[in-house]
Every structure is written in C-alpha cells, then in structure tokens.
Write a protein that binds this ligand. Structure first.
Ligand SMILES: O=C(O)C1=C[C@@H](OP(=O)(O)O)[C@@H](O)[C@H](O)C1
Ligand SMILES: C=C(OP(=O)(O)O)C(=O)O
Length: 412
C-alpha cells in the first residue's frame, strides 16, 4: 500500500488521540500472565507484535511464527525453553532470521535448556525442547540487545531458585531492563539490580492486581515530531500517559523542549504544544537509552533545518532493518546531507526539503512513521505504508484526525 501525504488545510493543528498500551510493556506482561494466571491486564497494545506474542503463548507443540517481532522472538525463546514438555520451532520473517539470538541461546543452554538452530548458527529459526531449568546463575554480554536480558528476567521468578544474571560489558538500552524490573515488582517479585548484577527471587503467587498498561511513548514520538514542525500554538493531546513512566522513550518530554515543544501532564493525558521556535541549530544527543526514537528525532531535525549528531546508535543496524543505512538513503532522498558511522548519525544543518519524494520503508514501521510528519513541510509518499501495524495499526487513521491529507495511490 502506497500512501500520498500532504499537510492539513489549516496551519494550526489540534487533535485528541488515544494511543493503545506500550508494546514493550504488553509483551512482558503477556508472558508474566502466562506464568501467573491471576494477573489482570488493561489497555494492552493492539499491535501485530502483541498479537503474535498472545498467539505464541498458547502453543505447546509445533511451529510458532512471530513475523517481525523482536520482543516476541526473544521473550518466547526463554518461555518455551523453561516450559517442561513443550516442543516448538520458533521462527519469524526473513529479517528475523538475520537478527542475532546466540547470546540468549547460549545463556539459556548454560542454564540447562535444549535449544538448537535449524538454519544458520546463531539465528532463528530455533528448535526448543522445553524442560525444567534448575540452575540459578547465568552471565551474558549486555552490549548487543537488552531484550536478551529482559527475556531471562521474565522467566526468572518461575524458576525454583530465581536467577542471578551477571551482565558483561557496557549495558545497552538500560531503561528496558528497568521496565522489566518495574513490572516484576508490580506483580510482587523481589529484585535487585546493582552495577552489573541482577538478582530475581522466585515467586509462587503473583499479587492479585489489575495492571493498566501505560500507552506507548515510542508511538507518541511521531506526534511530538508533528507538533515540532507545526505552527506556533499547535497542540495535540495524547492519552493515556503518566509522569512516572516505565518507558525510557518518555525522554521525549525533555528532548522536544529543544524544538520548542512543551509537555503538560493532565489527568491520564499529555498535551504537546508548540510554544516557541527551536532553541538551537544543532542537536547533539546520546540515544543508547532510547534507540527507537532516533529516526523520529533525525527527521524532526531535518524538517526544522537543524543539524544533529546522534550517538549511541550501535543497536540500530540489527533492528527491523539496518536503520542507520535506511535513514541515510531516505533522508538524502528528501534533500538531507547525512553521514553515518557504526553507532552514529550526523545530519548537516540547513538542508532544503525536496518535495514529492517516495520514502521506502524496508519492512520497518518506524521508517514509515518517522517520515510521515515531514509532510507538514512538503508532499511525500510512503511505500508499503501498512508496515506500521507492527507497533501502531491505527497510525494513519490517527494522522487523519490531526488533519493530514492521506490518500491511497490512485485516489483523488
Ligand atoms: O525490551 C524491549 O521491549 C525493547 C528493547 C529495545 O531493544 P534493544 O535492547 O535490542 O535495543 C527496543 O529497541 C525495542 O523496540 C524494544
Ligand atoms: C526495535 C523494535 O522492535 P523489536 O526489536 O521488538 O522488533 C522497535 O519497535 O523499534
């Protein structure tokens, strides 16, 4: 599906949008609910990634296909490995078969799991013969993906003696580890995370509580970008958010101040307002703690004519696509001048926006969503726009609520 995007007919934008629960929190809680059935959940994510997670958790024997969902792939690997008697083949999309999983498989096998590779060593698909894991100490490199660590943490309370996890090297995407700890604490698990060691105690009965998932902050980033590029006085209200978020991407509140966007916390909502013009002409930012908003921020900077130097991006090449390479190619299509390194992206300031470009999305929801706000500056088209359903199926409908003019190819 190719979509043509152009700006609203009015200069000031204003809208109220309800976004569903965080996909990261949802996929953790779905796994915890499979282990502790009394947990009740509200405001779950309606994303494809949450759907494949739900479906996967119901399988005991046979193939589980999690498509593009990194969290489902990593979290289900531990879940099945520790589920005595379950025999599954865990597979995914062609891209998923290129996303490394050896660090997690090695860690689980060292705990007594039986996981083997069916195609390429170190990559999905995996054959998993579930069994009771009895060991209680494990170590693994922490600099490639925090999802391996969260995956082990999520099954830890169901192990007889809990789990001590020693993290080797520089720890990446730390807020996602803290999110896992926070959710474990909410269901009654005792945890401790100091320096490079995480202790997780076993749990017999989870707290009898209803957990309301906070809406997705990564999804909110696209509205921050829209407001940043909109006329002064524009405002968008998003529900349901709170100040004490478990999601690292809530760093948007501080980051977008640089672009003149204020965030007001109301009851269960945030109100984003363009209150002044951007405060600088060059943004330097380390995004090792918030890798999923790098694409959004780069496009915002470009749309506003600012330069940026974004660092801490070492995990981007192994996400839905090589996001650094994809960003360089697509930003240059719209007139930007971009340099990338193994863990960074630099955008030269003052680039002139070229109109009428067609953005390729590389099976990456965030490529489509990050570029969409740029239509406030120029008309553009997005190829394979349905890719957004990985995390945000209602994205295009919600953009229409903001007044953006969105047409299918061939539509008048
Ligand atoms: O644990 C999670 O829910 C996630 C962790 C991050 O991955 P890495 O730890 O691989 O950077 C993030 O990019 C991903 O979208 C979701
Ligand atoms: C990287 C992402 O997801 P995952 O790793 O779970 O596929 C993402 O949503 O940006």
């Amino acid at each position: 599906m190719k979509l043509h995007l152009s700006k609203p007919t009015t200069n000031l934008i204003s809208a109220v949008i309800a976004i569903t629960g965080s996909k990261s929190e949802t996929n953790r809680l779905l796994l915890l609910q499979a282990l502790f059935a009394n947990i009740k959940l509200k405001n779950l994510s309606n994303s494809d990634d949450a759907e494949v997670m739900k479906k996967g958790l119901m399988v005991s024997n046979g193939e589980v296909d999690i498509h593009h969902a990194g969290t489902a792939m990593r979290f289900l690997t531990s879940y099945f490995a520790a589920s005595d008697g379950k025999e599954v083949v865990l597979t995914g999309s062609a891209r998923m078969k290129e996303r490394p999983i050896k660090i997690l498989v090695d860690a689980l096998n060292s705990l007594g799991a039986h996981i083997s590779y069916l195609e390429n060593q170190g990559f999905p698909p995996l054959k998993i013969s579930g069994r009771k894991l009895t060991a209680s100490e494990v170590e693994l490199p922490a600099n490639i993906s925090s999802q391996y660590i969260s995956s082990l943490m999520l099954i830890a309370p169901s192990l007889e003696n809990g789990l001590t996890i020693k993290l080797l090297g520089k720890i990446t995407s730390v807020p996602y580890i803290e999110m896992t700890l926070g959710l474990l604490n909410q269901i009654g698990v005792a945890t401790n995370f100091k320096e490079n060691t995480i202790h997780i105690q076993p749990l017999t009965n989870a707290v009898d509580a209803t957990i309301v998932v906070e809406s997705d902050w990564s999804a909110a980033s696209y509205f921050y970008s829209l407001v940043a590029m909109a006329e002064k006085g524009s405002a968008i209200t998003l529900t349901s958010y709170k100040k004490d978020s478990l999601q690292g991407d809530s760093a948007l509140v501080e980051i977008y101040k640089n672009f003149g966007v204020s965030t007001e916390f109301a009851a269960h909502a945030i109100i984003l307002k363009k209150v002044q013009n951007q405060l600088m002409d060059q943004l330097n930012l380390d995004l090792a703690n918030a890798p999923d908003i790098a694409q959004t921020i780069a496009v915002t900077c470009f749309g506003l004519g600012l330069g940026c130097h974004l660092t801490g991006l070492h995990t981007l090449p192994i996400k839905e696509t090589d996001r650094l390479a994809a960003m360089k190619t697509e930003l240059e299509k719209v007139g930007a001048s971009v340099a990338i390194g193994p863990d960074n992206l630099s955008l030269a300031k003052g680039g002139q926006v070229i109109g009428g470009a067609t953005i390729d999305t590389y099976n990456d929801h965030r490529m489509a969503m990050a570029f969409a706000p740029l239509c406030l500056k120029t008309n553009l088209s997005i190829n394979d726009a349905g890719v957004v359903s990985k995390s945000y199926p209602d994205f295009w409908e919600d953009l229409k609520k903001v007044g953006l003019v969105i047409k299918h190819e061939g539509e008048n």
